[in-house]
Design a protein around this ligand. Structure first.
Ligand code: KG4
Ligand code: ZN
Length: 360
């Protein structure tokens, strides 16, 4: 089974062709992403209208490129490309999948309406996909031809979604039976990193830059910020107070390169300490031997190593999975992955963008 999947929930425009192997892991035949990041870097954050305008321009070229790449077709003239892409969609592809929420309404509409049109015209089933769940199921994408540890992911597992818009802890008893345990009460982890990055004059999005600077920090214990909700018994998070704390701190300081590195490290530690502690506690409380991470922040190696270290220190024998970077940040392959594993087509005219979609 092959699926053409589309993702446009935020600023990325992404299309992928994915295929299911005999086992439970998913093979990516192509994954093409266009981003309007340069425009948002200039404004220090995403302006929804600008994102959607760019996506309208990118969506067809990205889909065409994904289809051609999936069959290793060398691009030719525009009209040749369109003819080949239509042929591949018609003859080689079994279904479509598209992110229907959550996300920015204008952005979601671009992907949803395009996918619905293709579903109607090419008479292919369409599967609407929850972007947040797809972030976790990016872990089922096969990343090695020889041995794939991801095929070992076992239920029940704890899922931690850490992205620019969300921070949620979930208990997955099976593919379809899951329970929300807790999440952020205000800013998401990635959002906090990006907002604090602005205070530190770092480029947008700041997460990767904060990771890079944290590794360079000297005398890193000199600065410490409070890790919010560290001691509470729930599985909630809160990161907006941290931003206020950092804002107060930097107001009276000259932000040298050295200090920026130190503050970056202290911020990363404050955010990750509580994520690590509550994720491991959730796995312990619910008897899970696997933890699965998803979302842009899950591409941070310090977070992954921190969870692994916490598990080792407590001799828990829990395995942690995180997607490769390209499948951790927003991408269409993860949408296809979820649709292949949870194949539930609906009539194309019943698919609707839902910006406020949560866990249903
Ligand atoms: O999942 P994603 O691509 O988009 C959303 O669905 O929100 O996540 C984007 C977020 C941004 O906040 C970005 O700063 C953060 O992921 N991010 C990182 C890293 N790479 C991306 N945060 C920390 N460390 C990273 N290496
Ligand atoms: Zn995302």
């Amino acid at each position: 089974m092959k699926i053409l999947s589309v993702e446009t929930s935020c600023d990325e425009t992404s299309a992928a062709v994915v295929e299911k192997n005999d086992g439970k892991s998913v093979r990516v035949l192509s994954n093409v992403t266009a981003t309007s990041l340069a425009i948002h870097a200039a404004t220090g954050g995403i302006i929804p209208e600008n994102a959607a305008r760019e996506q309208v321009k990118y969506i067809i070229p990205v889909i065409v490129e994904a289809l051609l790449k999936s069959e290793n077709v060398k691009p030719g003239s525009n009209s040749e490309n369109f003819i080949r892409a239509k042929q591949i969609l018609n003859e080689e592809t079994d279904a479509l999948a598209v992110t229907y929420g959550p996300g920015l309404i204008g952005s979601l509409l671009v992907g949803v309406e395009t996918a619905k049109t293709l579903s109607l015209v090419f008479d292919k089933p369409i599967i609407p996909v929850n972007h947040l769940l797809a972030h976790l199921f990016a872990n089922f994408i096969q990343t090695s031809n020889i041995y794939d540890p991801r095929s070992e992911i076992k239920y029940p597992f704890i899922g931690l979604i850490v992205s620019g818009g969300h921070t949620d802890l979930l208990l997955f008893k099976s593919l379809t039976d899951y329970e929300w345990l807790g999440g952020t009460r205000d800013d998401a982890a990635g959002e906090a990193l990006d907002k604090i990055g602005r205070l530190l004059n770092l480029p947008y999005p700041a997460g990767p830059e904060i990771e890079r600077r944290s590794a360079l920090a000297k005398d890193s214990d000199k600065i410490k910020f409070k890790s919010p909700l560290m001691e509470t018994e729930d599985f909630d998070f809160s990161f907006s107070g941290l931003k206020a704390e950092v804002s107060r701190f930097v107001k009276n300081e000259k932000l040298t390169n050295r200090l920026t590195n130190q503050v970056s490290r202290a911020v990363q530690t404050a955010i990750f300490d509580v994520l690590i502690k509550k994720t491991i506690r959730a796995a312990k409380v619910y008897g899970c031997s696997n933890i699965v991470l998803g979302g842009g922040v899950a591409s941070n190696k310090t977070l992954l190593r921190g969870i692994e270290l916490g598990i080792r220190n407590n001799e828990l024998g829990i395995k942690v999975f995180a997607p490769e970077k390209v499948y951790a940040t927003d991408n269409a392959a993860m949408i296809g992955s979820y649709a292949l594993l949870n194949y539930k087509p609906v009539d194309w005219h019943k698919v609707a963008a839902n910006p406020d979609l949560y866990f249903v």
